[in-house]
Design a protein around this ligand. Structure first.
Ligand code: GPK
Length: 839
């Protein structure tokens, strides 16, 4: 035991004290203490939010002990750390999740109840950090949960947007966007670390010179500098001591921002500069799979990536004399191309700032990065005009040109006299407006490239990244997505979790394959009855929610047929709407039709600038208005558009689903992850052979999956053979009737113009093959309806879906990344009995 050095204000903190103890009495005392000393309230004046904050701090205190122990362990050298770089982390609320991962949910529930309060009400107070758009951001959140649960040293790096994804309201059937002021009442889960802020340069020009020793040097003279301040959130694993860090960067004006302006008397100018710096992390771009090419977005990407790489270098140099083996300590995963500017940025840091030779720097860089692609949609592949790029990042453009020069030299050797190859592989697109291809940059700068489902990876190799696959087949692999069973079963479906654990124990929570043990009970009438009861309870709860949030009264015994996801033409929510209209027409024609009552539930946000997606929402709500108010059908069909679909709301949706709609055009959905959450919660899927649907069907068995639609090659073939949706429309009476009703204003109070853009896109182009898949979809839905009539057979299929979805755990996915890409091992964390303040 060494003598403490320097001033020690708190010599030691006892683990058994009020900030770490886990027994009920201690928890109650800590809760009351935090209400008094942090919120500054007595019980008599406290609001529900005060109680939530007091509880959140009580839980956070218990995380800190684990977090500091984890950080200390990782700093002690020879630990390889995963850095997950993502422009989005769609975390969802922390409180419930931390209670579960800490293993104190029941105790806290008791403590809160004994304090005369309701835990559910407190949990509901939390404003979720909606720092993502959809699947990509939520995947990052599932992965940091699994990394911690598997005891893998990891840091999530991203952006602390002041405004996350907008809140959605539905007014007159249209989407209205409201800014997401998630930080309004403070965020108890984060800790700012201004003392390790970094500087980020932007704009300006580059100076090249020879220094006194005769070395070529580069000096980037920016026209702007911003300060990056990290805000850290501990991410606790499930029932382990590992608490990793999510480090999100906030842009601020540099410390000295006002002095110069102050001296020339331009006070307002100085404040303007401050505001413009802070703009960088002001708001999340709300586009999903559609790039806008805005300067501010490029600045966001560069800002967070530069901050993160500088931070890694700082950490590394605490323990190492130079950067020679940087890549042995950090595995940096690029979550799509959004952080791919990291490739030239690491080169710049190594070459310009740390004076490393280009070849060595390139060796390190290309052994540091790995790249995940998340989409095949051409409109989602990032490109930056060379002109804009050069204005924001002049030095990076030079570096990219140099990377490209050396890369194309290599290509020339491999493919002599082949200009077409050079053009198609180049990092620069020379056609039209010259632009930088970020996916190419990511491929050249990474040692591993992966897609997110088997089909997706095959299509990458065959299509979008074919030329890179031909060059470096060994770089490519598949990593099928997964979701965390802690949030997506344990937390969102406690009834199901308890039923499962009573039958097979609770090891499934960390070894999801063990759900297979449920197969043996799939035919057991008693188990089936319990299973049905759980589903029924969840449907009751959602029914209440629907009533509260939309005013629509639905029948909880009807089939809950659910499509929740971002609104996009390729996801085809309008195909679902065509099915509803078709059923409506059948019922109108034949009121005695033996039709299984259904409740169609939709949820999802449209990008604010995506007109067609917003019109799809209006179509759904308009169909709902007619169907829900028509006395002939309203007891058998209901249509609900749940406003503001987000993580919190989604947690009530998945458990209540009977049918999961996964109906994208084959070849368009990279993977999907909602599809996995539904299946895990015992919903059956109606879906195309797209993304991970293929693997879900493989796992659960074709007989427990409702398949329809063209396959990817068939889509291609039909398009090549001059697919004409107009002909399909004229040949199919059911389809024609549905389209004509929309067209003649049946759902729009006679307005024949309202849906015209949508109908025109279907009748004259139908890029996403709705009409081609229409009849097969309707027929398949008929089979679904028939199957639902047989309760026991349906329940068996439901049980088998859950039992066979173990593959879709993010733990499995992360294990694959660890072993096959990152080469990292678990590092268990031991809790020190005393945390010394000066240790
Ligand atoms: C893919 F490219 C993108 C994007 O910009 N945003 C996004 O959410 C999704 N995605 C895919 O659409 C899903 O199929 C996939 O499951 C998810 O990323 C995670 O990989």
């Amino acid at each position: 035991n060494e003598e403490p050095q320097g001033f020690v204000c708190v010599p030691e903190i006892r683990v058994e004290d009020d900030r770490t103890g886990l027994d009920i009495e201690t928890l109650k005392r800590a809760f009351a203490d935090n209400l008094f000393y942090i919120q500054g309230k007595l019980g008599s004046m406290a609001t529900p939010n005060d109680y939530y904050m007091a509880l959140a701090y009580t839980v956070r205190d218990r995380l800190l002990q684990r977090w500091l122990n984890s950080a200390q362990t990782y700093l002690r050298g020879d630990v390889k750390v995963v850095c997950y770089l993502s422009a989005e982390f769609l975390l969802g609320p922390h409180l419930g999740n931390n209670l579960i991962n800490l293993g104190i949910y029941d105790r806290i529930e008791q403590a809160i109840t004994e304090s005369g309060l309701d835990l559910q009400e407190l949990i509901a107070q939390e404003e979720e950090p909606g720092l993502g758009n959809g699947g990509l951001g939520r995947l990052a959140a599932c992965y940091i949960d699994s990394l911690a649960s598997l005891e893998i040293p990891a840091i999530g790096y991203g952006i602390r947007y002041e405004f996350g994804i907008f809140d959605q309201e539905i007014q007159d059937g249209w989407q209205v966007e409201i800014t997401d002021k998630w930080l309004r009442y403070g965020n108890p889960w984060e800790i700012a670390r201004p003392e390790i802020a970094v500087e980020v340069k932007l704009g300006g020009y580059v100076d090249h010179y020879v220094d006194d020793a005769g070395n070529y040097r580069t000096h980037w003279i920016p026209d702007r500098e911003v300060h990056g301040v990290p805000y850290d959130t501990p991410i606790l694993g499930y029932r382990v001591n590992t608490a990793n860090t999510l480090r999100l960067w906030k842009a601020e004006a540099p410390e000295s921002f006002d002095f110069q302006a102050f001296n020339v008397g331009d006070y307002y100018g100085a404040v303007d500069a401050k505001i413009s710096s802070e703009n960088i992390t002001k708001v999340l771009y709300p586009n999903d799979e559609q790039v806008q090419g805005k300067r501010l977005r490029l600045e966001q990407q560069y800002f967070f990536v530069s901050c993160s790489l500088q931070d890694m270098i700082r950490l590394y140099l605490l323990e190492n004399p130079n950067l020679d083996n940087f890549h042995e300590t950090f595995a940096v995963q690029l979550n799509d191309t959004h952080p791919s500017i990291g490739v030239p940025e690491l080169m710049r840091l190594l070459v310009d700032e740390h004076h490393m030779a280009w070849e060595q720097a390139w060796q390190i860089t290309t052994h540091t990065f790995a790249y995940t692609n998340h989409t095949l949609l051409p409109e989602a592949l990032e490109k930056w005009s060379v002109q804009l790029f050069g204005r924001v990042l002049p030095r990076h453009l030079e570096i990219i040109y140099e990377i490209n020069r050396r890369f194309l030299d290599m290509v020339r050797i491999r493919y002599p006299d082949n200009d077409a190859k050079l053009a198609s592989l180049s990092l620069i697109d020379e056609l039209g407006k010259k632009s930088v291809r970020m996916a190419h940059l990511a491929c050249v700068g990474s040692y591993a490239i992966n897609g997110v489902a088997q089909l997706h990876t095959e299509l990458l190799k065959k299509d979008v990244l074919h030329d890179f696959y031909a060059l470096w087949p060994e770089k490519f692999s598949n990593k099928t997505n997964g979701v965390t069973p802690r949030r997506w079963v344990v937390q969102n479906n406690p009834g199901l979790s308890k039923l499962i654990s009573r039958k097979i124990g609770d090891r499934w929570i960390t070894h999801l394959d063990e759900l297979r043990k449920l197969e043996q009970f799939a035919d057991d009438p008693q188990f089936q009855a319990q299973w049905q009861q759980v589903k029924q309870n969840c449907k009751h709860q959602l029914t209440k929610q629907i009533k509260e949030r939309t005013g629509v009264v639905v029948d909880p015994t009807s089939m809950f047929d659910i499509q929740v996801k971002r609104i996009h033409e390729y996801k085809r929510q309008h195909l679902n709407a065509l099915h509803i209209i078709t059923l409506y027409n059948r019922l109108k024609e034949n009121p005695d039709l033996d039709l299984q009552p259904r409740t169609f539930i939709f949820g999802g946000k449209a990008a604010p600038g995506y007109f067609m997606a917003k019109l799809m929402i209006k179509l759904i709500t308009s169909v709902g208005e007619v169907v829900n108010n028509d006395p002939d059908v309203r007891d058998r069909l209901k249509v609900v558009f749940l406003p503001d679909y987000n993580v919190t709301n989604s947690q009530r949706v998945y458990p209540a689903a009977d049918l999961s709609e996964q109906i994208s055009t084959a070849g368009k959905e990279a993977s999907g992850t909602g599809n996995m959450k539904f299946s895990l919660n015992g919903a059956l899927t109606i879906g195309t052979l797209d993304g991970a649907n293929v693997e879900i069907r493989e796992e659960v068995g074709a007989e427990n999956f409702f398949l329809f639609g063209l396959t990817t090659p068939e889509v291609k073939e039909q398009k090549a053979n001059g697919y004409n949706s107009w002909d399909v429309y004229n040949a199919n009476p059911g389809l024609k009737k549905a389209i004509d009703m929309i067209s003649c204003g049946f759902f729009s109070h006679g307005d024949q113009q309202l849906f015209k853009p949508l109908l025109d896109s279907l009748l004259y182009d139908d890029k996403y093959m709705l009409f081609a898949d229409y009849q097969d979809y309707i027929d398949c839905q008929d089979r679904v309806g028939d199957a639902f009539k047989h309760k026991d057979a349906w329940t068996k299929m439901s049980i088998l879906n859950t039992a066979r979805s173990g593959k879709f755990s993010s733990d499995r996915a992360i294990r694959e990344y660890c072993q096959e890409i990152w080469q990292v091992e678990p590092v268990p964390i031991e809790l020190q009995e005393y945390v010394q303040a000066n240790a």
